[in-house]
Design a protein around this ligand. Structure first.
Ligand code: NI
Ligand code: MN
Length: 227
């Protein structure tokens, strides 16, 4: 499984022979100014919730990838299918077998609305179970005991993408607790540094994990890792 970072919560996951993009937000992110949303090629977009810092470039991506399917909660499906895009509706707790692997939509503790203020359903995360590895993408969320359900209901995780920037989500110290809840020692950070509210001390964050024998990876924007 190859994971490329486009900043904030936007990752391109190559697994199961497909390209899965999460939460497209590139043109509004000054840290990702070297990249263009219109250049990204993907087969699916996993959309965690409707906030602008996650959905801002969704239509640009879909217009440049007319076969791509948006996977999101019912209200996101409803809005984007009415606009003529391909969608797959899910809701919290449900799973679906796609051609690249099985996706389970899991709980997140966070609000959700579209940029125009209309209702976007609940915020969610995804557990992505592919032949190339199992990944949890948490979306925006607080630390929540619901995460303990993931190891009870899903295959063992190879890695997890967790928000670490605080203010809008949990911080990196709580992400360390989350890594215990989900029984995963390989954590990839997201939702940090993009705005002044979520700037973090990278060294302190990485050391906090290392002191517990765990690994926090902060992928430089535009670079990738293999898990
Ligand atoms: Ni949000
Ligand atoms: Mn956010």
């Amino acid at each position: 499984m190859k994971i490329t970072y486009y900043g904030h919560s936007c990752f391109l996951i190559e697994a199961g022979g497909k390209r899965l993009l999460t939460d497209p937000f590139i043109s509004g992110n000054p840290l990702a100014s070297a990249f263009k949303a219109s250049d990204i090629r993907c087969d699916y977009v996993l959309q965690s919730h409707g906030h602008a810092d996650h959905i801002y470039d969704l239509e640009t991506v879909l217009q440049n990838n007319p076969e791509a399917i948006v996977v999101g909660i019912w209200e996101i499906h409803d809005r984007y299918s009415q606009k003529g895009y391909k969608t797959h509706p899910m809701n919290i707790g449900g799973s679906w077998q796609f051609d690249f692997g099985k996706v389970k939509m899991v709980a997140a503790v966070h609000s959700s609305s579209f940029p125009d203020g209309s209702y976007a359903g609940q915020a969610a995360g995804f557990v992505i179970d592919t032949p190339d590895g199992v990944l949890y993408f948490a979306g925006d969320t607080a630390l929540t005991r619901d995460m303990e359900l993931i190891p009870m209901t899903c295959p063992a995780l190879d890695a997890a993408i967790l928000p670490i920037g605080s203010n809008f989500t949990m911080d990196y110290k709580e992400a360390l607790i989350a890594s215990d809840f989900i029984r995963c020692n390989r954590i990839i950070g997201c939702h940090f540094d993009t705005f002044g509210f979520i700037v973090i001390d990278h060294e302190a964050a990485v050391n906090t994990f290392a002191e517990s024998g765990k690994e926090l990876t902060l992928i430089p924007i535009g670079q990738h890792i293999e898990i």
